[in-house]
Design a protein around this ligand. Structure first.
Ligand code: SF4
Ligand code: SF4
Ligand code: SF4
Ligand code: FES
Length: 953
């Protein structure tokens, strides 16, 4: 087991080539220059009393508890703010120091309620500890003078409370909000005795800029800022390290437990992806795991208009298997398939694709990663030879220029956004390429040097015109290209880019970005010295998604920005295990490790291991499954942990396709939108109920650990195994570690990955084998590209079919919000909905006025696929001609409007560009009204289900 230390070193570690040796309390200690005396003392095994210092924050020097004596110096310097120097002789303990510290504590305690025994932080309070350490026995000043003991609590935040009576004004929360989170929501208002922590302008937390990341709560040494669950439940009695099940950042968390009950989730200090930070989702929004809506028993029904009937696991699994076999007997072997989920573990995903290939006997497996980052896999595979990002998150600390394209990290990858913002505040330059004025463009202490506010759908035109500037202005990294890249492809590509029609001036009419802005951004990026690109779904979810990924790869290569720290091409993955779902062979044409199913050598390897003959032809992608269903040749679907009805484009088409099928088996924790069309509902298990691994956007494989038994009795991998056995293909894994052993044996990129190694090292980054460091490969393509020579690919801009017309004059683009996650099935079942309780449509004041739309009005949004109605938010965040919405609520029907337009290479839907008209309306759309009726019927069918006396395994 990885031994994680809880030691607080008081101040952050310093990096320096120079070391200094000093003596503390008679112990010689050597530390990097710049290290504080406090940290050096901890290294020497000596703890200096402290209150305002903690090692995640820069020292502040306000509490005066950490004073020390230094031989030959006058006074008592604070050890947290005094750097260690060679030859110093330091004393951390003396009668004088003891007396000063006691005096300091006496002052604190004289204005602090003495309700320790009933305080939520009893036993977990640094003030209490320091009272003990300093030997405080009585307080001479009494409580009669002015104090804050009756100060009013702020309980507006749903997750934590602020009790000012307990505040010692140590400033740790303010610094955490600034340094760690980068939101700057807190200040100390008032001076001297009046000083108190204040969100915004003396506002309640919920009315302030606070985004509820929890960093201040984590930093607070007292019960002033305290999780409400701890106030309610008391402190945990054991804990387990696990990984957040929300976004692709993959933050490590300590699940603090009382028996099987989670008391709180605290960000893991040794988690390499987050280094002790968190966002509102992972930190607080875990209550869905025990929500009353959880499906706790298997259910079946013959038709979707029938009520559900709870049955035993054996009956449900037997029924699903016999239905699948019946369908295959009637319609042929290829008439069934399955969908894996980026939310499930690697092991579960691997097992589902194995079930489909080995037990179903076809390759009809696809994944929700199809609809987000499939172009990343294709584009980076073609140019560099691996289908993954090139860096660790930590690498951003070495970047000089950061280009963010089609991503809104503050909303979708918040913990990485905080790391990026920290680097930007320290001086890195920023280029944002996005149709919206996202938070990064102009936020607290951050301003983009260039914002390329392009028209949706013109990414490729922008990236090619950036390359045009690099090529024609002599900004190429010639030596790098000559040494590391394919010469022929470079010559063809550079000739293409240099053409006048690709210049920023020529492209401006298409992109809407002024030529001088493009030229300035290109020069800045090419000038580096370390330039890094981070991109998101605003790149991939386009008709030219794959082309754009290759355009990004070209730009990074031609400027020499791949293969070292601080640079690279970094896809910000949406869901927690998108990388893993792709790695595990979830696509119909690829076996695990991105090896084509038609390759007979690879197939032979799997055939030998799995003991079956595998079909050599790629199977159906999700959109092809729908087409085949409507054509009557695809009749059965096994869908694990994915809600295609809500998340896939053109909802009505998806629903019609599902209704055409004869047996849909949904395995999920809730009755999601897809489950409303299902015939068999198998209860899923949340991330708290199973063992396994997730792979984050950095290729980092981290453990998910079971902290409570599965509510319905089985983890998801066990359910897939039961189904496989019922289908006559035996699977007998006893633990997910055995599945990982099989993955590692069959998948070159996972070779060398074991649970033992992950447990020992905390996490590993693939590739992780005999040729790499033990913990794997933080930076890819050092010295040479994985494919050998980096390959340039011509990226010709082709306008999408989704063009504005007189009928549909606006472009709709979609995205996410911080507090909700994806289809919202989890976050909507938590108090996170207090921040975002409905999807809205953002519209520019000019377009709103033209249509007579005011803030809060109902707007009908119509595309060639369908119509829905949302409330208007009139904002200049969005440019004229463009509207924006999120897709977190099923009743909004954002995907009723999105169309079948998709990426040419991978079929990733073009969510980011839909031509629409927006008009004020008085009532919900026809689709919304029929959805409400359908939903009510389905919820009633669940509510009125036939309940089995006792559902048994
Ligand atoms: S919860 Fe986060 S954003 Fe809110 S005040 Fe605390 S540190 Fe700042
Ligand atoms: S709220 Fe906590 S962290 Fe902030 S100043 Fe008060 S005691 Fe310190
Ligand atoms: S940033 Fe992502 S992984 Fe980290 S806590 Fe938030 S949702 Fe979870
Ligand atoms: S810990 Fe050093 S002054 Fe507070």
């Amino acid at each position: 087991m990885f031994k994680h230390t809880e030691t607080d070193h008081g101040t952050p570690a310093r990096e320096s080539e120079q070391e200094v040796t000093l003596n503390i309390d008679g112990v010689d200690v050597t530390v990097p220059a710049g290290t504080s005396l406090m940290r050096a003392a901890v290294d020497a095994g000596i703890k200096v009393p402290k209150l305002c210092a903690t090692d995640s924050l820069e020292p502040f020097g306000s509490c005066r508890l950490c004073l020390v004596e230094i031989e030959g110096r006058r006074g008592y310097p604070a050890s947290c703010t005094t750097p260690a120097e060679a030859g110093m002789k330091v004393k951390t303990q003396s009668d004088k120091l003891q007396s000063i510290r006691k005096g300091v504590m006496e002052l604190y305690i004289s204005d602090h309620p003495l309700d320790c025994l009933t305080c939520a932080a009893n036993g977990d309070c640094e003030l209490q500890d320091m009272a003990g350490v300093t030997g405080l026995r009585n307080v001479r000043y009494g409580y009669d003078g002015a104090n804050h003991l009756k100060a009013k609590k702020d309980e507006s935040n749903p997750y934590f409370a602020y009790d000012p009576s307990k505040c010692i004004v140590c400033n740790r929360c303010v610094r955490a909000c600034e340094e760690t989170q980068g939101t700057f929501a807190l200040t100390i208002s008032g001076r001297g005795f009046e000083a108190r922590v204040s969100p915004g302008q003396d506002q309640p937390f919920m009315d302030s800029e606070c985004v509820s990341c929890g960093a201040c709560v984590q930093a607070c040494p007292t019960a002033t800022l305290q999780e409400k669950t701890v106030i309610m439940l008391g402190q945990a009695e054991h804990s387990e390290i696990t990984t957040c099940a929300y976004c692709g950042v993959g933050c490590g968390f300590k699940a603090e437990m009382k028996g099987n009950q989670v008391v709180r989730m605290t960000p893991w200090k040794d988690g390499r992806a987050n280094e002790g930070h968190s966002c509102v989702k992972g930190r607080f929004a875990w209550g869905y795991a025990t929500h009353k809506d959880r499906i706790k028993a298997p259910m079946i029904r013959a038709k979707i208009t029938d009520p559900w009937r709870e049955v035993s696991w054996a009956e449900a699994i037997g029924h699903a298997a016999s239905e699948f076999r019946r369908i295959q007997a009637k319609y042929g072997k290829d008439s069934i398939g399955g969908i894996t989920s980026s939310r499930c573990t690697n092991e579960e995903t691997y097992l589902v694709q194995k079930l489909i290939r080995a037990a179903f006997g076809n390759n009809n497996v696809d994944t929700c990663a199809r609809v987000c980052h499939s172009p990343t896999g294709y584009g980076l595979g073609q140019t560099y030879g691996t289908s993954a990002g090139t860096q660790t998150f930590k690498s951003v600390e070495k970047a000089d220029i950061i280009m963010v394209i089609g991503a809104n990290p503050a909303a979708a990858h918040p913990v990485f956004a905080s790391r990026m913002k920290k680097r930007l505040r320290a001086g890195a330059k920023l280029i944002v390429v996005d149709p919206r004025k996202i938070d990064l463009v102009d936020s607290a202490h951050i301003k983009a040097d260039y914002h390329l506010q392009l028209r949706p759908g013109t990414n490729v035109a922008v990236i090619t015109s950036l390359a045009h500037v690099v090529v024609t202005e002599g900004l190429l990294a010639k030596e790098y290209i000559a040494e590391r890249c394919d010469d022929k492809s470079f010559r063809e590509w550079s000739e293409f880019c240099a053409r006048p029609e690709n210049s920023p001036e020529a492209m401006a009419a298409v992109t809407g970005v002024p030529a001088d802005v493009v030229r300035g951004a290109a020069r800045l990026y090419a000038g580096g010295p370390n330039s890094a690109i981070y991109y998101g779904l605003g790149v991939t979810e386009h008709a030219q998604g794959s082309t754009m990924v290759m355009g990004i790869a070209n730009l990074a290569m031609c400027t020499g920005n791949v293969g070292r720290e601080g640079v690279g091409v970094n896809p910000l993955r949406g869901q927690n295990n998108v990388q893993g779902a792709c790695d595990m062979g979830s696509f119909p044409h690829e076996l695990p490790g991105y090896r084509h199913i038609s390759d007979s050598t690879t197939r032979a390897q799997f055939e030998a291991a799995w003991g079956v003959e595998l079909a050599a032809e790629p199977g159906l992608r999700i959109p092809n499954m729908f087409e085949a269903a409507q054509a009557g040749s695809f009749m059965g679907l096994y869908c694990e942990g994915e809600d295609i009805v809500q998340s896939d484009p053109n909802t009505q088409h998806v629903a019609e396709s599902l209704m055409a099928m004869e047996c849909i088996v949904v395995q999920d924790i809730f009755l999601n939108e897809t489950a409303k069309y299902a015939h068999v509902l198998l209860p899923g298990a949340s991330f708290l109920e199973k063992d396994g691994t997730f792979t984050n956007a950095e290729r980092r494989i981290s453990r998910v650990r079971k902290v409570m038994p599965p509510l319905a009795g089985y983890a998801d991998w066990e359910v897939t195994q039961l189904l496989s056995n019922a289908l006559g293909y035996p699977m007998n894994y006893k633990h997910p570690s055995e599945i990982m052993d099989e993955i590692a044996a069959l998948t070159p990129s996972f070779a060398g990955v074991t649970y033992e190694k992950i447990d020992r090292l905390g996490s590993v980054q693939w590739p992780c084998n005999d040729n790499t460091e033990e913990a794997g490969t933080p930076i890819m393509h050092i010295g040479k590209f994985v494919r050998g020579k980096g390959r340039f690919i011509i990226t010709k801009y082709v306008a999408t079919d989704e063009k504005v017309t007189r009928k549909f004059p606006l472009l709709l683009t979609t995205g996410r919000i911080l507090s909700q996650y994806n289809v919202g099935a989890q976050t909507r079942r938590t108090p996170n909905s207090m921040w975002h309780s409905e999807d809205v449509i953002e519209i520019h004041p000019h377009d709103a006025e033209e249509r007579g739309i005011k803030e809060g009005d109902w707007c009908g949004i119509q595309s060639r696929a369908g119509e829905t109605v949302l409330r208007a938010v009139v904002t200049e965040r969005i440019q004229p001609g463009v509207v924006y919405t999120t897709f977190h609520f099923p009743e909004s029907g954002a995907n009723v409007i999105t169309t079948d337009s998709s990426d040419w290479a991978t079929n990733c839907p073009e969510y980011k560009v839909t031509a629409v008209q927006v008009m004020p309306v008085a009532q919900p759309s026809e689709w919304q009204r029929s959805y409400t009726r359908f939903n009510k019927v389905q919820e009633d069918l669940l509510k009125n289900r036939e309940v089995a006396a006792a559902v048994t395994k």
